[in-house]
Design a protein around this ligand. Structure first.
Ligand SMILES: O=C(O)CCC(=O)C(=O)O
Length: 365
């Protein structure tokens, strides 16, 4: 299937991404690995990575722990497709081995990936079948086109394979399709695509290598360090950074302090603005406010802060830098951009999305 399907439907399948000899070796290796974790559970990397969750069939960071996965994260036919949507510079954001442990709670409810890190750039997930993945052994299910409206309200259930699930009223099961795959096939999908898999207790294993990728617009990783899988050459980097606007470069070069902020915020400082609110009234908000003043003075920009938002009722009506502290309401926020300047940025981001604020009006500082 062509990449246009990735844009239109939110996923595309790459057939025969892995050859049969590599597959056979990986089946043997993962069988040993699962057996080892079930029986020994020793983890030399416990300080760096999350523990393997054999109860749920999720082993995180297998790429970093086992060289057997290195080529799997760099499959040329998959990277060719990714390049069309991410660009020439691509890094591995997170990876795991997934399987369905028989007799355990192994269903994966409808979800969008990385929803609790909604402030980060979109990712593309590559799910490579190590075994044939069919309906009987719990292949993936997806809702084509469901990636088009960004992230949806969700809730969290602790202790299961996937904590965060989309609120049921948004899931139209009648539009779901099963993605049956042969061993060696890969599916690439947007992190915003609704996907799930059923609880099954088949004797046929259903293992998969799953990797998430991001482009260089912003570098973020949940643990460890980013690993470049394509591009990142001096030529491509020079092109990328020379293309950024002049003011942004000057701000970055001249004021090292600003580098401590999120790229979102630094880019925002150099863009045309509508009135803006800052969410937060602590030391981070103070730094953000002072940086805005500095950029306004030094570069003649006119970014105006109309108010500070805070969830603490006791602060409403008080002032911060002589500006009102107000309650977050959708009516107010809709007329503004909102800069999140708080260490509770995940919670605040979700609060704003749940209020109905458009993602494009939220800036992380
Ligand atoms: O392998 C599964 O059953 C679910 C995979 C999944 O949710 C994912 O790749 O994000």
């Amino acid at each position: 299937m062509p990449t246009s399907n990735l844009q239109e439907s939110g996923f595309c399948v790459v057939r025969n991404a892995v050859d049969s000899a590599t597959l056979a070796a990986m089946r043997e290796f993962t069988e040993d690995l699962i057996h080892f974790v079930d029986h020994q559970g020793l983890d030399p990397f416990y300080k760096y990575y999350l523990p393997h969750r054999n109860e749920n069939g999720v082993f995180l960071d297998v790429f970093q722990r086992h060289p057997e996965f290195h080529n799997w994260a760099k499959l040329p036919s998959v990277l060719d497709q990714l390049e069309n949507v991410i660009g020439p510079d691509i890094f591995l954001y997170e990876n795991s081995l997934l399987y369905k442990p028989k007799g355990k709670k192994n269903g994966v409810p409808w979800h969008q990936d990385f929803i609790s890190r909604a402030h980060e750039p979109i990712k593309y997930i590559v799910w490579v079948a190590i075994d044939d993945a069919k309906i009987e052994n719990g292949c993936l299910k997806v809702i084509p086109g469901s990636h088009k409206n960004g992230l949806y309200p969700y809730h969290t259930v602790q202790g299961e394979a996937h904590h965060s699930r989309i609120n049921q009223e948004y899931v139209d099961e009648s539009k779901a399709i099963y993605l049956e795959m042969d061993a060696g096939d890969a599916v690439i999908f947007s992190s915003h695509l609704f996907h799930s898999s059923e609880e099954v207790h088949s004797d046929k294993p259903r293992r998969a290598f799953r990797a998430a990728y991001q482009g260089f617009d912003e570098i973020t990783v949940p643990r460890g360090a980013p690993f470049v899988v394509r591009g990142g050459t001096p030529k491509s980097l020079a092109q990328r950074f020379n293309n950024q606007n002049d003011l942004l470069n000057r701000i970055l070069m001249e004021n090292k302090k600003l580098k401590a902020f999120h790229m979102d915020f630094i880019k925002f400082l150099t863009a045309p603005h509508k009135p803006t609110l800052i969410f937060g009234t602590g030391s981070h908000a103070e730094n953000v406010f002072k940086s805005i003043q500095l950029v306004n003075e030094k570069y003649g920009s006119e970014l105006k802060i109309s108010g500070f938002l805070d969830n603490d009722k006791q602060k409403w009506g008080a002032k911060f830098f002589d500006i009102d502290i107000i309650a977050p309401s959708i009516e107010l926020i809709n007329k503004h951009n909102v800069i999140i300047a708080s260490s509770y940025y995940n919670e605040i981001y979700c609060q704003l999305i749940n209020l109905g604020v458009s993602k494009s009006n939220i800036i992380l500082a």
